[in-house]
Design a protein around this ligand. Structure first.
Ligand code: HEM
Ligand code: HEM
Length: 129
């Protein structure tokens, strides 16, 4: 098979972000420094939970795979890869670059979810077609 199914990519990124989030969680617990808790929370929730759920969705609805699903993946991954460092900057007090990155990352992350909402809402139509 040439092009991999989109579900596989979402599931892969989901477990990778779970590993990164858990490492940060263990570091916070071990160091007793919870400053980066919001970064940990969002790598786990926007990365692991949300991406793995999308992967499960595309597994049961392979008809939703396509160009839009690939844009969804790109927006979601790039969004979190900008949001997480941005949030880190904000939490550590580097507002000059932290806030713009967090802002851009949030908007991309929201964009990914809006696109996913469109894909989910229009899925029944694709199955009937
Ligand atoms: C190895 C696994 C994990 C470890 C060691 C860990 C550790 C921690 C620690 C030390 C905090 C800071 C608590 C505080 O300051 O109040 C925290 C917060 C948090 N963790 Fe984890 N965590 C792990 C996995 C996860 C996973 C898998 C999720 C989500 C799916 C998650 C979601 C959260 C959330 C949402 C918070 C923020 C809670 C708040 O600030 O109110 N964690 N975690
Ligand atoms: C565009 C995406 C998102 C943005 C910009 C965002 C932003 C934020 C901000 C600014 C906070 C307050 C952090 C603090 O002051 O401690 C927060 C807290 C939190 N968010 Fe999000 N969030 C997003 C998506 C999500 C999603 C998808 C989930 C769950 C699936 C989630 C779960 C939480 C939780 C559990 C907290 C409390 C944990 C904490 O304070 O560390 N967020 N979020």
């Amino acid at each position: 098979m040439g092009v991999e199914m989109i579900s596989q990519w979402f599931l892969r990124f989901g477990v990778l972000f779970a590993i990164v989030g858990m490492c940060l969680g263990i570091y916070m617990a071990a160091s007793h420094d919870h400053t980066l808790a919001p970064v940990h929370a969002h790598i786990n929730l926007v990365g692991w939970v949300t991406m793995f759920l999308a992967g499960l969705y595309y597994t049961v609805r392979p008809d939703s795979d396509g160009k839009l699903a690939r844009i969804h993946l790109g927006l979601a991954v790039i969004g979190l890869l900008i949001l997480a460092p941005g949030l880190t900057g904000v939490m550590l007090g580097y507002l000059s670059w932290g806030e713009p990155l967090a802002g851009i990352g949030s908007v991309l992350t929201l964009g990914a979810m809006l696109l996913f909402a469109y894909i989910v809402f229009t899925a029944p139509r694709r199955v009937r077609a």
